[in-house]
Design a protein around this ligand. Structure first.
Ligand SMILES: Cc1cc2nc3c(=O)[nH]c(=O)nc-3n(C[C@H](O)[C@H](O)[C@H](O)COP(=O)(O)OP(=O)(O)OC[C@H]3O[C@@H](n4cnc5c(N)ncnc54)[C@H](O)[C@@H]3O)c2cc1C
Ligand code: SF4
Length: 523
């Protein structure tokens, strides 16, 4: 009866729903709606987020609330430090219902399973209609992904991606892919060059709102991981668009070829650095992809870069979100390889002689960001090879990256890097020795360890750990035809050499100090 009821509708907007065209606002007027935005303690602390991540979300929320108010909407904004703040979404909706006497609650489904469980309880708890709307900022709904997944044995991203290309018409020429190929990965694996000089991304100086958030975070979360010195993330749609403009103008052309490259001290390379804005809702994924496709059509960027970028967004980003909802809540507990080691302390301190790991942790601490290959093939690869417990790795990734929300972090960590789902996402584990890191980076040149030395003192730890991993998971992996050749090589080595690898790996693993568990979620 909301249509005839003179009372307003309450529209709670969560921290990653900062989009003016959000489903719960469309079709509503400024007179019949009270928007509720909430900074709550539960969300700020369910893991001990990187300081930049908390500043980013609170600042973006405060800016968004100010924009809505300027546009004439009624926004009830609850600050973290408000005296009666109950600390939870449900508690704040209950208080808001008392303040506003609303006829109904309209809310867009949550990004994370944990929060969605809370929202689904509202109908039983509040004496009004509760409408949970689909988050149509994603191009593939949770229901559509389920339909796609249900009649398949394997859920490969490539098949999903091709359907998304057909559905959106992006880079399509009738029924055929533009350039006569669905992907150009073979052109996108260039090693870094010494003379590479990627342009700096735009940095957005903190304004008064952001400075207030920085002060708040220093005060309340001062012992959380990460530095705030380098805080320069876009916090409004305007700034996010400027960041996107800069990417399209100067970095897109080389995005493809150097997508997998890593250079010591060069943190952004040719990446877009747009994930924080996309995940907050400041940028629209389809608009970005259409812009990239136009850059190709106008001859401003090559197909391998444009296709690579579009694949990340309508392919990987949409796919992992569908995968998350399809496999939750089990995915959170998956541990197919029975990995039990504690997360090494150097994931927090960066204190290790492994130059690749130290640089990736440094970038993570300074920027709340590391790019995809650093997350996958250095930090992730090490956790996989060393057999670190998935829950600890998940918590780490959720804490340390400014773009981390469980719907995107968990599939990447549990399924992509740790193979904890037993191979539903990846056809084989992304395990690699030091050779891969050496080929794709300049890290090894000045490392204390020698990448060409396979075992013994001074040898790159990734080399022996790789074989240790393969050996301990032989039973599970040797029948996988994508890995079978690895075991033929292993067998050809002979027992003595194999023992050297295994002893080297074990000696290294014995040196690892596990981090304190104080920062992680309680079991
Ligand atoms: C272990 C691991 C954990 C990750 N955790 C997160 C996370 O918490 N949040 C997050 O947004 N991304 C995550 N990613 C994906 C990816 O690393 C980041 O999206 C990317 O580094 C963000 O930087 P960028 O915007 O410069 O990306 P670009 O390299 O410029 O890519 C463009 C966009 O594509 C999307 N994208 C690319 N790869 C992926 C992917 N594998 N999954 C989902 N989206 C993708 C992102 O939206 C990104 O902004 C993770 C990857 C790995 C391997
Ligand atoms: S030698 Fe090994 S540990 Fe050192 S940077 Fe290279 S891959 Fe990393």
């Amino acid at each position: 009866m909301a249509d005839t009821d003179p009372r307003p509708v309450l529209a709670p907007i969560l921290g990653d729903q900062l989009t003016r065209t959000l489903a719960s606002l469309r079709g509503r007027t400024k007179d019949d709606t009270v928007i509720l935005m909430m900074e709550v303690w539960d969300e700020a602390t369910y893991v001990r987020h990187h300081k930049q991540k908390i500043v980013l979300i609170f600042s973006a929320m405060r800016h968004f609330a100010a924009e809505l108010r300027d546009a004439g909407w009624t926004v009830d904004y609850v600050r973290l430090t408000d005296a009666d703040n109950s600390g939870s979404f449900t508690g704040e909706v209950a208080r808001a219902m008392e303040r506003h006497d609303c006829s109904a609650i309209h809310v867009v489904e949550a990004g994370e399973w944990r929060v969605q469980q809370q929202i689904e309880e509202w109908a039983g708890r509040f004496d009004c209609a509760v409408e949970i709307l689909e988050d149509d900022r994603f191009l593939c709904s949770i229901g559509n992904f389920r339909e796609w997944a249900e009649d398949r044995d394997t859920l490969r991203m490539e098949n999903f991606y091709r359907e998304m290309r057909r559905k959106t018409g992006l880079l399509m020429d009738g029924g055929k892919p533009v350039g006569d190929a669905w992907n150009f990965d073979h052109d996108n694996r260039e090693s870094p060059r010494d003379d590479m000089d990627p342009p700096e991304r735009p940095k957005f100086e903190p304004d008064e709102i952001t400075r207030d958030c920085i002060e708040l975070v220093e005060d309340k979360f001062g012992d959380h991981f990460g530095s705030l010195e380098n805080f320069r993330w876009p916090v409004t749609r305007d700034q996010a668009e400027k960041a996107a403009d800069a990417f399209f103008a100067v970095r897109l052309t080389k995005f493809g070829p150097y997508q997998d490259a890593m250079v010591h001290g060069q943190d952004d390379l040719y990446h877009s650095m747009l994930s924080t804005s996309l995940n907050l809702g400041l940028l629209d994924p389809l608009e970005l992809c259409e812009r990239a496709a136009k850059a190709y059509a106008d001859g401003e960027a090559p197909i391998n870069s444009v296709e690579g970028f579009i694949r990340q967004i309508i392919g990987w980003r949409e796919y992992v979100r569908g995968f998350y909802w399809y496999h939750m809540p089990h995915l959170e507990r998956a541990n197919a390889l029975n990995a039990q080691r504690g997360l090494p302390e150097f994931y927090w301190t960066g204190e290790t002689d492994m130059r690749c790991m130290a640089d990736c942790v440094r970038s993570t601490r300074d920027n709340a960001h590391a790019h995809h290959i650093q997350r996958l093939m250095v930090l992730g690869n090490f956790a996989l090879l060393a057999g670190v417990n998935p829950r600890e790795v998940q918590d780490w990734y959720l804490v340390v990256y400014a773009d981390a929300y469980e719907w995107v972090e968990l599939p990447n960590v549990a399924a992509m890097i740790l193979y904890a789902d037993g191979g539903k996402l990846a056809s084989k584990p992304y395990a690699a020795s030091g050779n891969y890191i050496n080929k794709m980076s300049d890290y090894c040149r000045k490392c204390t360890y020698s990448v060409s030395k396979k075992t013994g003192e001074g040898a790159c730890p990734f080399n022996a750990l790789y074989w240790h991993f393969m050996d301990r998971h032989r039973e599970r992996l040797e029948n996988n035809n994508r890995v079978a050749r690895v075991y033929q090589n292993w067998d050809r080595m002979g027992e003595e050499r194999q023992a050297e690898y295994l002893e080297s790996a074990e000696a290294f693993l014995d040196t690892l100090t596990p981090a304190d568990r104080g920062w992680a979620r309680s079991e």
